[in-house]
Design a protein around this ligand. Structure first.
Ligand SMILES: Nc1nc2c(c(=O)[nH]1)N[C@H]1C(S)=C(S)[C@@H](COP(=O)(O)O)O[C@H]1N2
Ligand SMILES: [Mo]
Length: 160
């Protein structure tokens, strides 16, 4: 199993998928088709600034990261805001670029940010390329992780 976790070799015939895992009751492997069929799709017209190529304007469609993550049944008490606020999400691309969000950023009782896992970019399906993280509240593009391979959901261990 030494190749476990190695980047997938690109192939035009291969569907991209991401692993949804961490402190969750129902870990899953999801294709872009699963993200399209399993959750209500939202649309976001965004502009973000890239440090190297300047302002980028795109239209993304896809489910809310919150809805996808909740389907994996994070191991918090869903009725306790303070318990949910201990959680974070780490989103990784196939190239190793990754970023972190606080659960509270996307939680309706806190930041309520409409963060998406895109299934379409500017009208083109992302089934081969993989999903892209869409963070409309960000001014810059660094957290717009593309070719997502992994979404980890878990609690900061803290001092117990
Ligand atoms: N997997 C991955 N996603 C990434 C990056 C990266 O290096 N790897 N760079 C980010 C940065 S810095 C920006 S500005 C946007 C650029 O998005 P675009 O090329 O689609 O305009 O992608 C982001 N997503
Ligand atoms: Mo960027």
């Amino acid at each position: 199993m030494s190749r476990l976790g190695a980047p997938h070799r690109a192939s035009a015939a291969q569907l991209a998928s991401l692993a949804l895992l961490g402190d969750v009751g129902r870990p899953a492997t999801l294709t872009v088709g699963d993200l399209r069929d399993g959750c209500r799709q939202h649309r976001a017209e965004v502009v973000f600034d890239c440090a190297t190529s300047g302002p980028q304007r795109h239209v993304f469609e896809g489910p809310l990261l919150r809805d996808v993550a909740l389907a994996s049944q994070p191991l918090f008490d869903a009725l306790r805001r303070k318990d949910r606020s201990r959680f974070a999400l780490a989103v990784s691309g196939g190239d190793g670029h990754h970023t972190v969000l606080a659960w509270a950023e996307i939680d309706a009782d806190f930041g309520n940010a409409p963060v998406l896992l895109a299934t379409r970019l500017d009208g083109a399906d992302l089934d081969m390329a993989g999903s892209q993280l869409v963070v409309p509240v960000d001014r810059c593009g660094a957290r717009y992780i593309s070719a997502i391979t992994r979404v980890w959901v878990g609690a900061w261990p803290g001092a117990r």
